[in-house]
Design a protein around this ligand. Structure first.
Ligand code: MLT
Length: 201
């Protein structure tokens, strides 16, 4: 997968794995990594799917309606890519924390839903429920930050509650941070994620 890897100064800090939103690239979230954990190595990935020329991590049938078959296929592809990247760049595969925004948060959520041990934690900015009806793996104690907007037309507050409930039922330790805005990623939400990261890792 197309990506950027930047080795950090602190080899014990979690490696931050960045997933952009629809229409973004692997460059978009690099500034967030510096704000959340400046010493961390960073692996920033570009989604392999194109929707009218806009990169995404999996196909959708319409706004908010995911192509479940492609979601499952792309989640596996990404999980395997993370294994390969860990070998290529010699980082600890068990020390990855995802930071995802929108579609990128949804693929990070899908990694949590499908692959136990894929991530050590995740900051999900404006995520949705990636898939319904699947049995989640045991996520006991896994720190998850959810940044949400009370007026987000794409990820409704109800869906945020549903996602945090599903993750909590699987044992994850979920922190939900509410903004009064919409789908945008604000600096105060990133600051809250940075605070969460400091406490969690
Ligand atoms: C998705 O398709 O993953 C969500 O609707 C968010 C987005 O607009 O990308």
């Amino acid at each position: 997968m197309k990506h950027i890897y930047q080795a950090g100064t602190d080899s014990n800090a979690p490696v931050l794995v960045l997933f952009h939103g629809t229409g973004g690239t692997e460059r978009d979230l690099l500034p967030l990594a510096g704000m959340i954990s400046p010493g961390s190595s960073v692996l920033s990935v570009r989604g392999n799917v194109l929707e009218n020329g806009m990169p995404r991590f999996f196909r959708r049938l319409a706004e908010g309606i995911f192509d479940e078959e492609d979601l499952i296929f792309r989640t596996k592809e990404l999980h395997e890519f993370l294994d390969q990247a860990a070998a290529e760049y010699a980082f600890d595969r068990d020390n990855l924390v995802a930071i995802g925004y929108s579609n990128g948060a949804n693929i990070a959520g899908s990694l949590l839903f499908h692959y136990p041990g894929a991530l050590k934690g995740a900051a999900l900015h404006h995520p949705m429920v990636p898939r319904r009806g699947a049995l989640l793996p045991d996520l006991t104690g896994l720190p998850v930050f959810i940044g949400a907007g009370k007026n987000d037309p794409i990820c409704s507050p109800q869906e945020t509650e549903e996602l945090s409930g599903l993750l909590e039922q699987a044992g994850a330790s979920v922190t939900v941070h509410w903004e009064s805005f919409g789908h945008q990623l604000t600096s105060s939400e990133v600051n809250a994620a940075a605070e969460w990261f400091k406490q969690a890792f």
